[in-house]
Structures are given as C-alpha cells and as structure tokens.
Write a new protein. Structure first.
Length: 586
C-alpha cells in the first residue's frame, strides 16, 4: 500500500473546494500561551492619536454601526502614506466603503495634503479623487516613470487607476489603460512590481470572493451564517473564490493581462487579501506573496523568464507549523532578526495566534511564533501590521491593529467586543519579543474596530508614526513622541529615499542593507503590505547608539552601490547611478 507523506496530505487538504469549507473565517480555537517574566526595560516611544486636531475627520463607512448586511461591508479597507505633490512631506490617502440600502452621499476616499505644521487639508475634490462605492486596497507607484506617484485602488465591482498629473490632480485612466474588469469582481490586494526587471512597473491584483447580491443571503436571512449562535453576514466560507491577475506594463500607458502566460491561473486562488512583493529568496528577482483568508496562502516564485511557480506549501509559508489554514488578513515584511533576510508576520482571526515566519535567506520559512513569544496573544481579530523600529533602538518591533467583524455579536457575546486595542510587541533581540499592553501610550491602548494601517514619518521628526483605518469612525493618526535622547544613549536613525534611473522611478523592489554597530538590517521598497495599505516609501532604520552606518543598495535591475560611514539622523536621497544626491537633516 502506498504511503501518503505529510506534505502530500497537506497538499490535498489545501485543494479542498470552497463549498466544503465552513461558513466564516478559519480559527484554530487555541488558548494563549502563558506570558513570560516582564523585562522591565523602558519603552520610550509614546503614541498619541492626533487625527482630530490634524484635520482627519471624515469617517470610513463600513456598513451600519450595529450591523453589517454583507461581507463586502465588514472587510473594509486600507490607507497610504505618500508624497503626491513631491514637497518632501507625507500626504495621506484613506479609502472608504459604503453600506447596503442607504449609502451616505458624501462617503468617499479622502486625500489629505500635509500642511507641514502637523495638520492636513482635505483636497479630495480638487484632486479629482472624490468617488463613492466599495474600495479596499491601494498601491502607490510611478507606473509611467514621470516623477509623480500614481494610485491604483481595488474595489467592488471595479478597480480604478489614477494617473498623477503632476499639478496636484489625478485622472481616472482605468479604461484607457486596459484595466477595467469585463464583469464585476471584488479586488482586494494590489501591488506594483517590476516582475520582469524591464524598468517599468507591472501590476498584481488579488481577488477575494465571487460576490453577488442576488446569490448571497443578507445577514439574518440564513441560519447557516452564524457566529457562535449569532446570525451574521455570510462568507467567505461557502462562497466562490476570486482569481488573481498579473498585468504587464506595455510602456505606452497601457497594460496587458498576462495571468495565464505567467502561470498565475494554474493554482487554486483561495480567498486572496493583502499582497507583498519582495525578493524572498535573495536571487535578485521579486516574488509575490498573497495572504489568503481561510485557505492556504500563496507564494509565487519568480522564474526569471516572465513566469511564476506557486510554492507556498513547499517553502513553508502557506500554513502554520501545525499544517493548519489560518485567516490570513495582514502581512508585514522586515528583518526582525538582523540577518539580512526578509521575514514575514501574518495576522489572523481571534482564538488563534499570529504567525511569524523566519526566512533562511533561500526562501525557506519556518514558523517561529511560539519561540518568538507571540503566542501569548490570541484575543483579537487582527488586520494591518508592520515590522518597524518604533523606538529607534536598532531592533525592529511588531505592531498590528485589531477589530471584530461582527458588530451584531457584542450584545449577545460580551467576550467578543467590536472595538479592541492595538497590539505592540517590542523586540528584545535574538528573535524574542515582549507584548506591551499600556507602556506605549493611549494611542495603542484605545479600542477601535480597525482594518488597514500604514507606517511613515508624517511630521519629519525622525521616528515612525502610524495611520489607521477605523470602521465607521475617522481614521487614527498615531504620532510617535520619541525623545531624541535618553539615559541609555541616543536613539539615532537614518532614512533612505531611492530614485531609480534604469530601474523604475519609484525604485520598488530595491533592497537596502544597513550595517551599524556590528548589526546588519535589510529592507526592501514595497508597494503594498500591512492590510491593503502602502507605507512611506522612504525606508526608516533605527540605529540605537550608532552615529554612522554603511549603506548598500541593490537596485531592481541588479546594480549594486555602496556608501560608507554615512552620518545618522538624516534623510539620505540616493539616485541610481548618481550616488547620494541630497542629505536632509530634520
């Protein structure tokens, strides 16, 4: 009798059709691991929500306050930090959804211009971005290499491409670019990626479920759609999968769908959410990772010839270490081990742990969640996430936002509150983390039902701030009030802003390695991560006590440049082939 290997069995389970899956999102129903002894080390970063005084006042619409009729209302959306007018200050884009039956006429995605004084102005209408409907993901990049960052947004039933006109306005060029869907689709994750390294940004789009009002029961209409006895909206289990698309940039403002030719359609797509495009196996070519909800996550390995091979299961990144599917909402990519490799944090449903995947540098991952200390937190439904050095001590920390998807459940299930706090794990070094519950300030401990979040330095003071999408509330803007000096030594930093020449102008896919105080840290310029969101394209490195660092840049088309003993506490602008072109001290 032939023996079935564990990997073969996992492969069979991963291919189970969606109709056999239970309704709702997957959870393992695990209890939290016991917390270890506290380190009692001070955490100097303090976060305060300054959104209201900053002028971020428009609520993000996502169903009704007390119910969500359909799953398209509850999943909600992302946000972006980006400099749309090239003035050196981060502006803000916050997406929005809608609600069934009585959509607010003024609910729209919002563009906020940075006034450079801690406040923002709503310039949505002037910029040509006012648009109602259901929107989910955003990716930022200069697809036509004209020096201005463009926007691609996913939504239901259509996505949209906005070309930046360079005069503080945008134009909808979706149809002209060949990116309009032939029939309604639910786009979620999206990322610019130069997959063939020709110097032009291509586009990858993931899709969630096959949704149709006519076929999906409304919340309360089906007894099979319930969470612990409470009738709720239906999905994703029981609904059909979406399918993912790769679009090649033709260089003339148009795109061609190459999904079939590239091998994207060869695999079961699952319920695709957030995308992270990066070189996970250090071969110089960008791969594509798709976090999938309640189905195995996907890793499309770049074959260097315009095609991809899906090998998430083989590389240990499709499931957790128990061989179980998880809810797969948010993705964070970073070098928390300081070994020069890109590791991954992925967030999931409540009564389950997040998963922390350690990369051996060859694209082989292992689940180190329990060993790293993250299994102590299983209380919340978790979404957008980041690996970022929040206290500039030279060790990247972990942060994610949380929030329930069932506003109806709180009355009957007090143990499942709709609004929950954010989560922060400080990096203790050597791959170990410690959860901080109240030590990082009120901006972290305040409860909200949140979804996307983005990381960037909006006030140009040398630390990382956080923008967060909240359901049926205005967004949060967590200002990081990190003192510049403390009793344990200076908390230095370096920011690196890259501009491509032979490579794509946004330098998406470029790898930066910093060496400081005997440490080594890698980061890559990415166009989406967290939950359907886009971070500050300037790469931020905390340095601890190091006052200088060596910088190595590997550009998307392969060229490598090195810069020695670069002084800290500065924004270093580097142009491909021209070296350091500007040094700015905040």
């Amino acid at each position: 009798m032939a023996l079935v290997t564990r990997r073969a069995l996992l492969s069979l389970l991963a291919l189970a059709p969606a109709r056999l899956l239970p309704q709702g999102m997957v959870s393992r129903g695990v209890r939290a691991a016991p917390a270890g002894k506290p380190s009692w080390l001070p955490f100097l970063a303090q976060f305060t929500d300054v959104a209201r005084q900053a002028g971020l006042t428009a609520p993000v619409i996502a169903g009704h306050d007390t119910r969500c009729d359909y799953i398209i209302e509850t999943m909600s959306c992302g946000c972006a930090f980006f400099d749309y007018d090239n003035d050196g200050w981060l502006d803000i884009l916050v997406l929005s959804g809608s609600r069934f039956g009585d959509p607010p006429p003024d609910s729209s995605n919002r563009l906020y211009r940075n006034n450079r004084d801690g406040t923002f102005s709503d310039v949505t209408s002037h910029a040509g971005l006012f648009r109602t409907g259901y929107f989910y993901g955003v990716t930022v990049g200069d697809y036509n290499n004209d020096g201005h960052e463009d926007l691609f947004l996913t939504g239901w039933p259509q996505n949209v491409l906005y070309r930046n006109n360079g005069d503080a306005t945008f134009s909808d060029v979706t149809q002209a670019a060949g990116l309009e869907n032939a029939k309604p689709r639910w786009g979620t994750g999206c990322s610019w990626v130069d997959y063939d390294r020709d110097g032009r940004l291509d586009l990858f789009v993931s899709n969630y479920v096959d949704f149709d009002y006519q076929r999906v029961p409304r919340s309360g209409e089906s007894n099979s759609c319930n969470y612990k006895g409470v009738l709720v909206n239906c999905g994703p289990g029981g609904l059909g999968h979406g399918y993912h698309s790769l679009y090649h940039n033709n260089g003339d403002g148009t795109f061609s769908d190459v999904s079939e030719k590239a091998g994207i359609h060869k695999v079961d797509p699952g319920y695709g959410l957030t995308i992270a495009c990066a070189d996970f196996d250090n071969d110089g070519w960008p791969d594509i990772y798709v976090a999938c909800d309640s189905t195995p996550s996907l890793l499309f390995h770049n074959n260097h010839d315009g095609t991809f091979t899906e090998q998430g299961l083989d590389d240990g990144i499709a499931l957790n270490e128990d061989g179980m599917e998880q809810a797969g909402m948010g993705i964070a990519v970073g070098d928390f081990k300081l070994d020069g490799n890109l590791h991954i944090l992925k967030t999931h449903f409540c009564e389950d742990t997040p998963v922390l995947y350690e990369n051996d540098g060859k694209g082989n991952f292992r689940d180190v969640t329990l060993r790293a200390g993250l299994a102590v937190e299983t209380r919340f439904i978790s979404w957008g996430a980041g690996i970022a050095d929040l206290d500039n001590d030279g060790n990247p920390d972990l942060f994610w936002v949380t929030g329930s998807i069932y506003p109806e459940a709180e009355k009957q299930l007090p143990s499942l509150p709709y609004k929950t706090p954010r989560v922060l794990f400080r990096n203790l070094g050597n791959g170990h983390f410690e959860e901080l519950l109240h030590e990082a300030g009120p901006g972290v401990s305040e409860p909200h039902s949140s979804r996307g979040c983005a990381f960037g330095d909006f006030d140009n003071d040398g630390d990382v701030d956080i923008l967060i999408v909240n359901q049926n509330e205005p967004p949060s803007l967590l200002r990081n009030d990190l003192p510049q000096n403390d009793l344990t030594g200076d908390r230095h930093w370096i920011k690196v802003k890259l501009t491509g020449a032979a490579s794509n102008r946004s330098a998406i896919g470029a790898r930066v390695i910093l060496r400081y105080s005997g440490k080594l840290q890698a980061q890559e310029v990415m166009a989406q991560s967290s939950y359907l969101s886009a971070n500050d394209r300037r790469l931020h490195f905390g340095l601890g006590a190091a006052a200088r660092a060596d910088i190595e840049v590997r550009w998307p088309r392969g060229k490598v440049e090195r810069f020695s003993s670069v002084p800290a506490d500065r924004l270093i602008s580097i142009t491909e082939g021209a070296g350091i072109t500007k040094v700015q001290k905040f």
